[in-house]
Design a protein around this ligand. Sequence first.
Ligand SMILES: [Zn+2]
Length: 352
Amino acid sequence: MIDPSATATTGLLERLEAGPVICAEGYLFELERAGYVTAGPYVPEAVLEHPDAVIRLHRDFLRAGSDVMLAFTYYAHREKLRLIGKEGALEEMNRTAIRLARTVAQEGDALVAGNVCNSNVYVDGEPESARMVRAMFDEQVGWAVDEGVDFIVAETISYVSEALLALDAINEAGLPAVINLAIFREPLTREGLTPAEACKRLEDAGAAVVGLNCVRGPATMLPLLRSIREAVSCHVSALPVAYRTSANEPTFLSMSDADCACLPEGRAFPTALDNLACNRYEIAEFTKAARDLGVGYLGVCCGAAPHHVRSMAEALGRRPPASRYSPDMSRHAYLGTVPEIPEANRTFVKGM
Ligand SMILES: [Zn+2]
């Protein structure tokens, strides 16, 4: 069990009452790029095989201003572990992931969140499927509670009925629940509810925070947030993918890259999205727009890197440790403006 004296000083709800809370995400994509996750199955095996890589990313996100260390248990569920033949590692992977998150959270007074997600085997309206998925949530939530997390995030779920199963498991554990739905091209849950209707149901069932994560980028998530904010009175979350989705290509699964002739199977998702990524300034704009709508739980999902998170924090007026190294173009060798930069350099690069 954990040492109670080592838990964060204030809880999620108190922090949300005081102002926005940042939760950096996107561990699967960032660690895939770094060579510690296999694209396709996307199982967080790095937790056991390369814990140093997971700790490093947690720490980068902490320095960048994340208030939450989200345990890297996304897809560390029974169905995924079975898919790669490692069901026996399920409990150890979950418990270790939470301990890694806690190790770094304690370096900066961050909260530790457990994480459950889309089962990929849920069939709406089938009681046997609901029973099996509920058991998957129960075991992960149980380990998270046992390891002393501050709250639990259930996310990237596109059936509100499946999200309600996760919420019920978290409610029974007595912890605050953050429930993030994933909305695909059609701006509805897979049962056909609007995101606002779905979030209202989740609020009524006891979620502390309701909103959206993944699949949609800033431009196509933002329009859905207003109706959610109007429909619920609890806190609202928004964690878009860091890609330039648009009206024609509203999800990162649908994005094309006309400038690239070598896309695998003609598709940018998920391993050739690099050229379609949001820059830090676009994340800052999203942050301010979402905050102005009244969204209090903010983050970035797939595609996020530490510079996005720092930009989010700075857009909220903060100076996290990584801001020590935020851009200072006044001292750039050719574009700088301080007297030490030779005027000839500035003249040389004009028009280049
Ligand atoms: Zn994502």
